[in-house]
Every structure is written in structure tokens, then in C-alpha cells.
Design a protein around this ligand. Structure first.
Ligand SMILES: NC(=O)C1=CN([C@@H]2O[C@H](COP(=O)(O)OP(=O)(O)OC[C@H]3O[C@@H](n4cnc5c(N)ncnc54)[C@H](OP(=O)(O)O)[C@@H]3O)[C@@H](O)[C@H]2O)[C@@H](O)CC1
Ligand SMILES: Nc1ncnc2c1ncn2[C@@H]1O[C@H](COP(=O)(O)OP(=O)(O)O)[C@@H](O)[C@H]1O
Length: 284
């Protein structure tokens, strides 16, 4: 698993992947994101992902989930639509326990996977990788990647993945045939075509509950707003994944700077995302 070095994904790289709305756009043309996340055990993950998607810039979010989770999402983001309908990309799995899938949830996940639209598989939906053919990116942390690979009969352990995340991210992309975003202080993004990007965290305060759920929402919004490009080139998703990590890291930095370099919450990160998007658009 050697080859060209991993490319540092910079603000200049990210700036090329932010879509500015135009005069001809309406909310549908900008892109609609379908979100199936959260559970009665983890409602907050759904709130955080939806919040982050809106803050990244998307035409609309359609959210599917249990009544209590829908209520929590709507309380924070009343613009969210909880009716089923057409979307340009999906985020599935944040805040879900794969061992506790209801019949209804199983149907919602299958519907999303059968739609042919690009998919971000996070947390409790990682086990679904390989069950569909649409462009896919998985967003595990080290433990989740080790568990996923072990379930596909690849011999590894959490310690091995932690010791060489770059190599294991690449191995996973080849074994699973999808783009991989392996989270950590250094986040590795790669795909089976050989794209390999790395992003250094801006602040270690990002290691706090729910920041991964925010990252999934940012990436989902970027995918939904690039629906057309993704129809013809699945590797667009790899570039969008690296861009999402850059946006997330930069938002974390701004959030901490706003409190004098102090600690941040996941919601603080989401709230800084529009500033990062604005700054990226200003350089494009
Ligand atoms: N607000 C929300 O709704 C949020 C929802 N979230 C959602 O939660 C779901 C689970 O995601 P996750 O990554 O946290 O769990 P997971 O991969 O199963 O790893 C568990 C591992 O951690 C370890 N461990 C646990 N406690 C420990 C301790 N005190 N000190 C040390 N180790 C400890 C534990 O080790 P063990 O106790 O077994 O030895 C086990 O190995 C996921 O769907 C995510 O989206 C999160 O995003 C947070 C915000
Ligand atoms: N030590 C660290 N320094 C900086 N960023 C980190 C560090 N550890 C984790 N992160 C980042 O924090 C986020 C945590 O995501 P995740 O593990 O999914 O947490 P959660 O499930 O609580 O949302 C990821 O974006 C990851 O890259």
C-alpha cells in the first residue's frame, strides 16, 4: 500500500467545491438532502447533522426518523421537511445502533439505498456498505473502521488501524469499493481510483461528542449541491469529502478562537460553518 504521497487538502482545493447559488436556482435546483439519522437513544445526532447541512448551504433537507426525533429536529430547524420526496443525496446512520433497527427504519434505509443517489454512510449505517451501487462515502472513526473490516473478514484490530490509518483507509477503499473518510486528528480521505487526501485538524478541541455528526451533515449538503456532477463521476464524492473535512476543521478553529482558544461544542462548530463557506467563496 505504497505510492504517491497523500495530498494535503487546502483551502484553495476546497474553494473549488463550494457551489454558489445563481439566479436560475430554486431550492430544488440547489439540491435537496435526504437525512435518515438519529434514534430515540441518540436524537441529538439528527439535530446536529441537519443543522450542519443547512449551515453548509443546501436547498432543503428532508428528514426521516421516529416522531420524537422529528420533533427535536423541527424544534431546532423548523425549515426541515418531514415528508418523503425526491432528494439529490443521502446521509444515513449518525446516532443509530445497527443492532436496534426497526422494520420501519429498515425500509427507510433500503429506500434510500435503492434510489441510486449518492450516499454518506455514517456510524450505525456503516454495515450497509456494499449493499447498493450508488456513489458512496463511508465516514468511520478508527474503531468503526476496524469493526467494519473485521466484519468483512479482513484481519485487523483497532490498534493496527490506529497505528497506520492511511494504509487502512486505503485498504478499506479497495476492499469495499467506496470512498473512505477515516476520522481522527489527521483525517484521511481516499477512494479506489487512487485519490488520497489528508487534512490536519485545526484544533484538538474538535474531539468532543457530536462533531462527527456535524461532519456528516456538512458532507451531505456538499453532495446534494453537486448532484449533477456526481451522476457522471463518482470520484467527485472523494473531493467533496475532503472539502467537508476542511470546512469542519476551519469551523472548529473559528469556534475555538471565538472563545479565546477555549473548548467548543458540536453545535458551536456547525454555527461557524457559514463563515467558512463565505471565506471559501471569496477566494474562488
Ligand atoms: N448527541 C448525540 O446524539 C451523539 C450521538 N453519537 C452517536 O453515538 C453512536 C455511538 O458512537 P461512538 O463512536 O461514541 O460509539 P462506538 O463506536 O460504539 O464506540 C464506543 C467505544 O467507546 C469506548 N468507550 C465508551 N465510553 C468510554 C469511556 N468513558 N472511556 C473510554 N472508552 C469508552 C467503548 O469501549 P468499552 O467501554 O467497550 O471498553 C467502545 O469501544 C453513533 O451512532 C454516534 O453517531 C455520538 O456522535 C455522540 C453524540
Ligand atoms: N484528537 C483530535 N484532534 C482533532 N480532531 C479530532 C481528534 N479526534 C477526533 N477528531 C475529530 O472529531 C470528530 C469526531 O467524530 P466522531 O468520532 O464521529 O464523534 P461523534 O460520534 O461523537 O460525533 C471527527 O471529525 C474527528 O476527525
Amino acid at each position: 500500500m505504497t505510492g504517491t504521497p497523500w495530498q494535503e487538502w487546502t483551502a484553495a482545493d476546497a474553494a473549488a467545491w463550494i457551489r454558489r447559488p445563481g439566479a436560475d436556482d430554486d431550492k430544488y435546483r440547489r439540491g435537496v438532502l435526504g437525512v435518515v439519522t438519529g434514534s430515540t437513544e441518540y436524537p441529538g445526532a439528527a439535530v446536529l447533522g441537519v443543522e450542519a447541512a443547512y449551515r453548509t448551504g443546501v436547498g432543503m433537507v428532508r428528514f426521516t426518523g421516529p416522531r420524537a426525533v422529528r420533533a427535536a429536529v423541527l424544534l431546532r430547524r423548523p425549515e426541515t421537511v418531514v415528508q418523503a420526496g425526491r432528494v439529490q443525496a443521502w446521509v444515513l446512520g449518525s446516532g443509530m445502533d445497527p443492532g436496534r433497527r426497526t422494520f420501519l427504519l429498515q425500509g427507510d434505509l433500503q429506500h434510500a439505498l435503492a434510489s441510486g443517489q449518492p450516499v454518506v454512510l455514517d456510524a450505525g449505517a456503516l454495515d450497509l456498505v456494499g449493499t447498493h451501487s450508488a456513489p458512496t462515502v463511508i465516514t468511520p472513526h478508527v474503531r468503526e473502521l476496524a469493526t467494519l473490516l473485521a466484519s468483512r473478514e479482513v484481519r485487523t484490530s483497532v490498534d493496527e488501524v490506529r497505528a497506520d490509518p492511511a494504509a487502512w483507509a486505503e485498504r478499506a477503499a479497495h476492499e469495499l469499493g467506496v470512498a473512505v473518510l477515516l476520522k481522527g486528528a489527521r483525517t484521511h480521505v481516499c477512494d479506489p481510483s487512487g485519490n488520497r487526501f489528508v487534512i490536519e485538524a485545526s484544533t484538538h478541541w474538535l474531539a468532543t461528542a457530536g462533531t462527527g455528526d456535524v461532519l456528516a451533515g456538512i458532507l451531505g449538503a456538499l453532495a446534494a449541491t453537486h448532484g449533477e456532477a456526481l451522476q457522471t463521476d463518482a470520484t467527485v464524492l472523494t473531493h467533496l469529502a475532503a472539502t467537508a473535512v476542511h470546512v469542519h476543521a476551519a469551523a472548529g478553529k473559528l469556534a475555538s478562537e471565538a472563545v479565546g482558544g477555549g473548548p467548543i461544542t458540536a453545535l458551536d462548530v456547525a454555527e461557524q460553518v457559514p463563515r467558512v463557506i463565505g471565506a471559501l467563496l471569496a477566494r474562488a
